[in-house]
Design a protein around this ligand. Sequence first.
Ligand code: C5P
Length: 221
Amino acid sequence: MMKCAAIIPAAGIGTRFGGSMPKQFSEYESIPILIHTLKLFERIPEVNSVIVAITPSWEEYTNEMIVVHGLNKVKKIVAGGKERQDSVSNALNTLLPNEYDVILIHDAVRPFVSPELVRKIIRIADETGAVIPALKPKETIKQIDEKGMVIKTLDRTILCAVQTPQGFKADIILSSYKKAMKNNFYATDDAALVEYSGFPVQVIDGEETNIKITTQFDIHF
Ligand code: C5P
């Protein structure tokens, strides 16, 4: 039987969101966004364990919510780090080398991903080693300088905007994180570290509804 763990980085401060609390703790239908996300993984049969990275001052509240909502798959809460990558690294560092076959990494602030997409990512990660969901940009994309002047218009047919969950064979993501952290190589998604280690990464279609809640507007939307 394949074993799968999901890592949920939820230790962001959320400066773009405004308000007094990080966006993953703001409520939607009276439930914190993080809990919506955790409930989703709870319902996916292939997921054995969930590991959440949290800012220590939010740990007690998170533990309470986990009990209230009966989230049995949350096995560990680890301290977040300075960057998202540090938070994920802290979670990966708690795993034993052969504990899981597949590791998913999913932003706490993407509660609307469908279970079908998550299951597809697990399946393909197990087959190919690394898979990420992405969408082709609808808008024209331009490269600009720091003054906001256009440098050039990019060819959008070769670009894609990447989402989570990203899925990896455990050995691939563990060795890629180890190498990146050792070399102080930082990136904005997990697949970039796998690319840095030279492994191929498969892209599949993401979902328009799988938004990353970043601003107050997103939550109203
Ligand atoms: O900051 P960003 O929007 O990229 O955050 C994506 C996810 O990573 C969020 O769920 C956020 O809570 C998490 N994060 C984290 N540790 C950080 C920064 C962000 O776990 N230091």
